[in-house]
Design a protein around this ligand. Structure first.
Ligand code: FNR
Length: 186
């Protein structure tokens, strides 16, 4: 059976470079891995414990939690906002973290990011790793994928990932992530 990987994106905008990177990944993944986009996180309301304890979890949260639970691994592709994790992504993680038997526990997770600067979202990834410590996720370590100068790596019109070097190292990470999933789930 192929490894079922769910991709989540921390940017909601149509022209997102991070979303463009996520869309490129199925092509770069090893044969034995399928990558599909998880439920959109943009419609999840702001976390509110009164809502959770009143009406219960919003359906968007339940769907996301279920997708994470049934996946063999998660790949999160996100921009860096003010040196950290975008609020919409943190909000989705906060909701999912309150679900019974929260689904990130012992779940293999892999990170990628695109930014316009040289650091490629590195600071965001280290904050995201920190969040994943509390959730007990098995976060893959190296090779890391930080795509700097993002505006030069994608086709202006189609947003296809055109940069050969980026295609190569993103593919290498996915192959190493597949081996990592084998190791941690053995
Ligand atoms: C940014 N951007 C940014 N870039 C970066 O390298 N470090 C940062 O701390 C920030 N902070 C930041 C905050 C906010 C609120 C915005 C909107 C943007 C720039 C960001 O990397 C750029 O807009 C990317 O294009 C966003 O990713 P998507 O939407 O293209 O995927």
């Amino acid at each position: 059976d192929k490894l079922n990987i769910i991709g989540l994106c921390g940017s909601l905008r149509k022209g997102s470079f991070n979303h463009a990177l996520l869309r490129a990944l199925p092509d770069l993944a090893p044969q034995r891995m399928t990558i599909t986009e998880g439920p959109a996180i943009g419609a999840i309301p702001p976390y509110n414990a009164d809502v959770q304890n009143g009406d219960g979890f919003p359906p968007e949260v339940t769907a996301l939690a279920e997708a994470i639970r049934t996946a063999d691994g998660i790949i999160i592709v996100s921009p860096e906002y003010n040196y950290s994790v975008p609020g919409v992504l943190k909000n989705a993680l906060d909701w999912v973290s309150r679900v019974d038997n929260q689904p990130f526990a012992a779940k293999p997770v892999c990170l990628q990011s695109v930014s316009m600067g040289q650091l490629g979202g590195a600071r965001m990834q280290y904050h995201l790793r920190q969040i994943m410590v509390f959730l007990g996720a098995d976060v893959f370590t190296t090779p890391e994928v930080f795509v700097g100068a993002g505006h030069q790596k994608f086709d202006k019109d189609t947003l296809a990932l055109t940069d050969e070097g980026t295609r190569e190292f993103a593919g290498k990470q996915l192959a190493a992530f597949a081996d990592y999933i084998d190791r941690v789930s053995a």
